[in-house]
Write a protein that binds this ligand. Structure first.
Ligand SMILES: Nc1ncnc2c1ncn2[C@@H]1O[C@H](COP(=O)(O)OP(=O)(O)OP(=O)(O)O)[C@@H](O)[C@H]1O
Length: 461
């Protein structure tokens, strides 16, 4: 571990004069990290602060570990911020596993200590074996994107960075270092029990890989760093192209235009979906895997005009003609029924408005389905605006026989999720007069001239 300070420089982990908070559990990794950083303290003019959390999992034993860290820091003349947190109680209250709860409590306290000392760096003792295990576990679980790069040597955290200077070293090198420097780390027996999956990788896979190549950890670290670089570049590119096919982006809804999306190269398509999911979920649920993304890519490229997928935590992905909607909102049928006065402005639940006016000497705008004209004397009052009902039919202008409203929605390629809130205008006798924006019935006023007309307009709010 001679090259430690060269490594800090090479990866630009921190600069001279930095204040660094070091997470020290009392185990070999973090103790070695503390020792190494302490060796640099003078020449690099570092301000070091140790932070320790006693999770109170093992009563007196874990308290003894805390006291060990406190006394070791006293010997080195380094400030130590130690805190006892009843993680079992926290886990019960928030319905979390003890592992997740421990992590939350730990990182919360880390932040408090960073703030207290206005430090920008939090140093943790993850090493090369942790890196191999993490990457393999994620690969096997089906993770995607930057997550496959495993543990990052330097990543943004709070108002600064988390740094992990031990990633280029193996566990064995760290244990040797502890022995040589006569450090006496504490070994937490619960470490062995808490993470079963990781332990299996450690026990069965790592020995095999190390036998194949004793420097396998360097290969994994190199893989992690280059993957992260490639991924960062591709994600920037994806953002740029995704913006060109984005139709709407709200807190719990994103809609894209499918044709434009399918023109993007496949690596960008995959990442675009990932970006949308990151945005909507905030934190991606563990149950979401690359299979979900593959299924969606298949759905989008199929000829079938519509279809939907159910993603974890209630996210629905709905393909409908040219559009694909990602939504957490339950698209319950927003049926409505209004009487339309004239003159008036009726605001509709779909974000549109129907405006009615009384006019004289009106002229028919035959080519526009956004307006509709009625002769005041020729229809039964009141005018009704409501959502569709099964079996609705309309007598179209210039056509013999009646046409199903459902077929009009299909012909006009109206997305399924828009159909249930689309307005339909009827007269007092229940005859469908107009499907605003789409089709007019034969009941529109035929001739203009003298008389009183009701002019209806359909527009976006
Ligand atoms: N209770 C704790 N208090 C302070 N820092 C901690 C604590 N637990 C873990 N850390 C920090 O997080 C790093 C990773 O923790 P993890 O539990 O994965 O490793 P570990 O095997 O416990 O490491 P170590 O050999 O240092 O105990 C540790 O090296 C240490 O820097």
């Amino acid at each position: 571990m001679k090259n430690f300070s060269a490594l800090i420089q090479k990866h630009q982990l921190f600069e001279k004069g930095s204040a660094i908070v070091i997470g020290v559990s009392g185990g070999p990794d973090s103790l070695a990290l503390l020792h190494l950083l302490n060796n640099m303290r003078e020449t690099w003019q570092l301000k070091l602060i140790v932070v320790h959390v006693d999770h109170m999992f093992r009563g007196e034993q874990s308290e003894a570990e805390m006291n060990f860290v406190l006394s070791y820091c006293r010997d080195l003349d380094i400030i130590c911020e130690a805190k006892q947190i009843d993680v079992t109680e926290y886990a019960r209250r928030h319905q979390l596993s003890s592992q997740v709860a421990g992590r939350e409590c730990r990182y919360q306290f880390f932040k408090e200590v960073l703030d207290k000392y206005q430090a920008h760096y939090l140093a943790l003792g993850h090493h090369g074996d942790d890196q191999i295990e993490t990457i393999l576990m994620r690969l096997v679980r089906g993770a995607t994107g930057t997550s496959l790069a495993g543990i990052q040597m330097k990543r943004k955290f709070h108002h600064g960075f988390i740094i992990r200077p031990l990633l280029p070293y193996t566990k064995e090198e760290i244990l040797n270092y502890c022995r040589k420097q006569q450090l006496l780390p504490r070994f937490d027996p619960s470490n062995e029990k808490t993470n079963y999956t990781r332990n299996r990788f450690r026990k069965y896979v790592l020995p095999f890989l190390k036998k194949e190549n004793p420097l396998v950890h360097e290969r994994f670290q190199h893989f992690s760093e280059t993957l992260l670089e490639d991924e960062t570049y591709l994600q920037e590119l994806t953002k740029k192209y995704l913006n060109t096919v984005l139709k709407r982006k709200e807190k719990s809804k994103v809609e894209i235009e499918i044709n434009g999306f399918l023109e993007l190269p496949m690596p960008l398509q995959r990442r675009a979906i990932q970006l949308i999911l990151n945005y909507l979920y905030g934190t991606i649920p563990a149950s979401l895997s690359s299979i979900h993304i593959e299924n969606l890519l298949t759905l989008l490229s199929q000829n079938h005009p519509s279809g939907s997928l159910d993603y974890p935590n209630g996210l629905k992905v709905i393909k409908s003609y040219q559009n694909c909607l990602f939504t957490f909102e339950q698209e319950e049928v927003k049926a409505y029924y209004y009487e339309l006065d004239f003159p008036s402005s009726l605001i509709l639940p779909n974000g549109y408005v129907i405006k009615s006016e009384l006019v004289r000497n009106a002229s028919i705008k035959r080519d526009r389905n956004e307006t509709f004209l009625l002769n005041m004397d020729s229809f039964d009052k009141p005018l009704i605006v409501r959502t569709r009902k099964p079996g609705d039919k309309i007598q179209l202008k210039g056509m013999i026989g009646r046409k199903k409203v459902k077929d009009i929605f299909i012909d006009e390629k109206i997305p399924i999720h828009n159909r249930s809130s689309w307005p339909i205008v009827l007269d007092g006798n229940g005859r469908i007069l107009w499907i605003p924006g789409l089709k007019k019935s034969m009941y529109e006023a035929e001739s203009t001239g003298n008389g009183v007309f009701v002019e209806l307009q359909y527009k976006e709010l």
